[in-house]
Design a protein. Structure first.
Length: 305
């Protein structure tokens, strides 16, 4: 399923003029090209303190999403910048808080030790305060690309897959929606339950180099009311892994009053939302199982991609 915040042909509009070709003398005096940082391991300092240059705008994203480069001390990287002033108001979230929620999701992911979300910071930029996140480039030729979601004609998932439910595919036909029984994807299902992700779509899973994948777009998270909507229901009701239980116990300690993670989250979300995070962690530890749809809120995001 395609990622809506990648840049296929025709979906990036330029934000700055192209420079005139430099002559031989200008080229000899030009500073050396910055060293490109490896994808998936970007230092927060580069994103937070580097010079941010807007290169283009992703045209069909729900909110303003700008494709940028950031450079600091001879290092550079591509990134995404989502200014708060470009956020569309939502009826069930306070205005101007989506960028902070994206950063909060990254902080929780990092505290879990899973690093499922690209490096994400909150900083000032050319269009004001916003979220800046490491850009996950598409895999190159020859790179392994994990298959994570599929529609199949069978009534039961094949080995290595988990069923989500039947999906209409047109002309009165249905197919079985399945996702991979992948350990990294299962960790993401736990993380989404903790942060109460209201929008886990297929397009928010970005394959990277070496068979890895990353999760993006966490603006509608941390609501104090149950908002969990996801395509990753295949483990619903199943026991949590021993690893997940250990991580949740560590996360409970990290969320205690005065702990660094709790202090950081208090800067990004409300007191009620922080209390709800703690309650969700306690609930997962108490049940020892993946959550199931509540029935009080649509369980699948729309559109699912």
């Amino acid at each position: 399923m395609p990622a809506p915040e990648r840049i296929p042909a025709g979906r990036l509009s330029a934000m700055e003029p192209t420079a005139e070709p430099a002559g031989p003398q200008a080229a000899s005096q030009a500073p050396p090209e910055p060293v490109r940082e490896p994808v998936g391991s970007l230092a927060p300092e580069l994103l937070a303190e580097g010079e941010l240059t807007v290169r283009g705008q992703i045209q069909d994203a729900s909110n303003a999403v700008l494709y940028c480069t950031v450079a600091l001390d001879g290092r550079s990287a591509d990134c995404v910048y989502k200014p708060v002033r470009g956020e569309r108001p939502l009826w069930d979230f306070p205005d101007g808080t989506l960028a902070e929620r994206e950063v909060a999701a990254y902080e929780v992911s990092r505290a879990c030790g899973w690093d499922l979300i690209p490096t994400t910071v909150l900083r000032d930029g050319p269009y004001g305060t916003g979220m800046v996140q490491e850009w996950i480039a598409p895999p190159g030729d020859g790179d392994e690309v994990p298959e994570l979601l599929a529609l199949v004609a069978e009534d039961e998932p094949a080995p290595g897959w988990k069923a989500v439910g039947r999906a209409e595919i047109g002309a009165g036909r249905t197919a079985l929606l399945v996702h991979a029984d992948h350990p990294r994807l299962r960790r993401l299902a736990v993380l989404d339950a903790v942060i109460n992700n209201g929008d886990r779509k297929g397009g928010h899973l970005l394959p990277g180099a070496g068979g890895a994948f990353f999760a993006i777009d966490h603006g509608v998270t941390f609501n104090s009311a149950d908002k969990l909507r996801t395509l990753l229901w295949g483990w619903a009701g199943e026991p949590l892994t021993d690893e997940a239980l250990r991580v949740l116990r560590d996360l409970r300690a990290a969320l205690a009053d005065g702990a660094p993670l709790a202090v950081r989250l208090a800067e990004l979300i409300t007191k009620a939302e922080l209390a709800a995070v703690r309650a969700r962690v306690e609930g997962l530890l108490s049940s020892g199982r993946h959550p199931e749809p509540s029935g009080e809120w649509p369980a699948i995001p729309w559109p699912p991609v």
